[in-house]
Design a protein around this ligand. Structure first.
Ligand SMILES: [Zn+2]
Ligand SMILES: [Zn+2]
Length: 169
């Protein structure tokens, strides 16, 4: 959705968005829901809100695709690209705000939501917190069945036991 900055009223603008958003970087599998508040502090525009959407991720342990709900809060200041050209340093309390630049007189909320989804993706996606992944030795999917391989940890303990047994004999 395109927002014309001059059309944002002085008292701010509240948006309730449900958008089908596509991305090259991630597969978004449901419409993204967002509640956004825009406030003009010209030439900046502050965007605050929350969003949630479902994305398809690949589990970092078992490599299966699964759907994960991403939800996040954001706090963003839109600054015109002309500010970079002029090299102005605004003393806006922008420490806790992410900066996004806009050109012209419009903001694109789809871009905002897409970026926020990507920023909030897990570093190590897991289909479930107790996903067991693959056996490092035989490659079996340990979520489906055990494979009979002994992990090295078990092996070493086993060896110690065998040694003790031998010493007793
Ligand atoms: Zn998994
Ligand atoms: Zn195995």
């Amino acid at each position: 959705m395109k927002i014309v900055i001059t059309e944002i009223p002085e008292e701010g603008l509240e948006l309730d968005l449900t958008n089908d958003i596509q991305s090259d970087a991630i597969k978004i599998v449901s419409p993204v829901n967002a509640a956004v508040r825009l406030d003009k502090v010209l030439p900046e525009v502050i965007a605050k809100g929350v969003l949630k959407g479902d994305v398809e991720l690949q589990c970092s342990r078992c490599l299966k695709n699964f759907t994960e709900r991403i939800s996040s809060q954001f706090n963003i200041v839109y600054r015109p690209t002309t500010e970079i050209v002029r090299g102005e340093q605004h003393q806006l309390k922008s420490d806790e705000l992410d900066t996004v630049f806009y050109t012209g007189d419009t903001l694109e909320t789809d871009d905002l939501l897409r970026e926020q989804l990507i920023l909030n993706l897990p570093m190590k996606p897991l289909c479930s917190s107790d996903c067991r992944g693959f056996c490092p030795q035989c490659g079996a999917d340990l979520n489906l069945s055990g494979c009979g391989c002994k992990t090295s940890e078990v092996d070493s303990r086993f060896e110690v036991l065998k040694k003790l047994k031998k010493e007793k004999e």
